[in-house]
Write a protein that binds this ligand. Sequence first.
Ligand code: MSP
Length: 513
Amino acid sequence: MNKKFYITTPVYYVNDIPHIGHAYTTIGADVLARYKRSKGFDVFFLTGTDEHGQKVAQAAEREKKNPKEFVDSIVDSYKKTWDLLQITNDDFIRTTDDRHIKAVQGIFKTLLEKGLIYKGIYEGWYCVSCETFVLQGQTLDANDLPFRVCPDCHGETKILKEESYFFKLSAFEDKLLVLYAENPDFVQPKSRLNEVVNFVKQGLKDLSITRTTFNWGVPVPNDSKHVIYVWFDALINYISAIGYPDGEKFKKYWPADIHLMGKEIVRFHAVIWPAILMAIEFPLPKKVFGHGWWTVEGRKMSKSLGNTVDPIKMSENYGVDAFRYFVLREVSFGNDGDFSTQSFINRYNADLANDLGNLLSRTLTMIEKYFEGKVPDVKDNAFDPLSRDIINLIKQTPSKFDECIDRLAFSEALECVWILISFANAYIEQEAPWALEKKGETEKLSCVLFNLYEALRIVAALVSPFMPGSSLEIWKQLNFPQEPQSISLNPFGMKIAGIVIKKGQPLFPRLNK
Ligand code: MSP
C-alpha cells in the first residue's frame, strides 16, 4: 500500500480577501502535496477558512451584513483564488461546517467529563485584533494612548472579566517539554522550536476557551451563552475535516505529517494543539513548520497602507506559474522576505525568460533546424568531457532536489534546477552546435542536442510541482509521451531518439521593466 501524507495549511480568517501571505503558505503546501504525489504517496491536502470570532463579526458589521452572509462571500474569494493558483487541495474545511461544529462540541464535552475543562472567571488583557489574551506583563505602553497595546500587532487591548470555561493547559507543561526534547524536529525551523520551548518553560496557565461577550462562534454544549474561543475551535479543523473520531479518512490520514503556517502562529500549533490532542488521547502531528513573513517594499503589508499584494492580479498580469515560482524562489521558506514589483520582474526575466525560456526555444529550434525536428539517435552521448559533465549533472540533480524538498528548502531546490539550466545554456555556448553543423561533425552535434533534450525533460519534471502548467507545456513541446509529474518513472536515459518535437510559443515572454 502507498504511504500516506497528510498536509495542512492554517484555516484563514475571513475578515478579508486572500493576499500574498495566505497564497504563500497555500502554494508551499501545494508544491509539497504535488511533489509527494509524484513520489507515489497517498496525499491528503487540506486548507480552509476560520470563520468565527469577534474580528469576523465586526468585519461583517462594518459591511452591514450578517456574519454568515459576510463569510460566504469571502470564502468564495478564497476558493476562486485557490482555483486560479491551481491549488490541488483535497478538501476545504469551513469552521462553520456542521461536521466541524459537531467535532468541536464533542471534544468540549469529552474534556469537560474528564475534568480537563472547568468553569471559572477570567480577567485579563485581550487583543481583539489577534483574538487572543495577552499576559499583562507583555502588553505595551503606547506612548500617549490611553490603553495598553498588544505586543504582536500593536492594536488596542482591553481588560475583559467574564465567566469562562478553562482548558487545563497547565497540566500538559511537562509532557510538552518531553515532546520537544524527544522530537527535536517537531517544530521547524529550529529557531522557532527554541522560542516555543522557552515559552513553555516560563510556565503555562490554564487557557480561557469560551467567551460570553459575543455570539458568533460554536456554542458550548448545554450552555449556549458561551461560545468557544476561536483558536480552540479552529485548531480542531485538522481532525474534524477528516472525520474525527472514527471516520475512515481519519483512521487513514491522522496524524498529520506536517502543519504548514506562518511563524506568528507556530506557538498555537506547537503548544495548545498538541495539548488538546494529548487531552483527548490522540496521536500528535509529526511536524509544525513556520515560514517567514512577506513585507512589501520594506513595509508591513496592511489594508490601511493599501499595499497588499493580490495573488489574482499577479497571476493575471504575469502568469500563475511565474507567481508560484517567484514566491518560493525569492526567499528561503523559513526566512522573512520582501516583495517588490521590480524584484519580481527582474527574477522573471533572468530565471524564466532568459534561462529556462531560452534553453527551451534554442534547443528545439536547433533540433528542428539540424534534424528536421527529430531527436537524433546517438551511439555515445558522453562524447566529450563537457557532455560527460552535463550528464553527471542531469543525473545528480534529482537527488539533490529531493533532499532540499524534504527539508522544505524550496528555494534551494529550485536553485539546484537552475544550476542545471545554466550549465545547459553554457553547454550550448561552448559546444556551439551551429559550428559543429558547419564542420559536419554530426555525431557530436547529435550528442549535444540529445543531452540538451534530456536536460530539459528532467528540468520540466522537477519543476512540475512548482510550475505545473509550464512543466506540462515544456513536455508538450518536447513531445515526450508520459506525464511530467512522474520523474521517478521517467528518469534520465529513457528512449527519446526519434521523438518528433513540437516547438510552440515562447513560454515566458520577456517583461518590460
Ligand atoms: N485563523 C488563523 C489560523 C488558524 S489555524 C488553526 C489565522 N488566520 S490568518 O488569516 O491570519 O492567516 C494566517 C496565515 O496567513 C499565516 O500563518 C501565514 O500562513 C499567512 N500570512 C498572513 N500574512 C502573511 C505575510 N505577510 N507573510 C507570509 N504569510 C503570512 O491566523
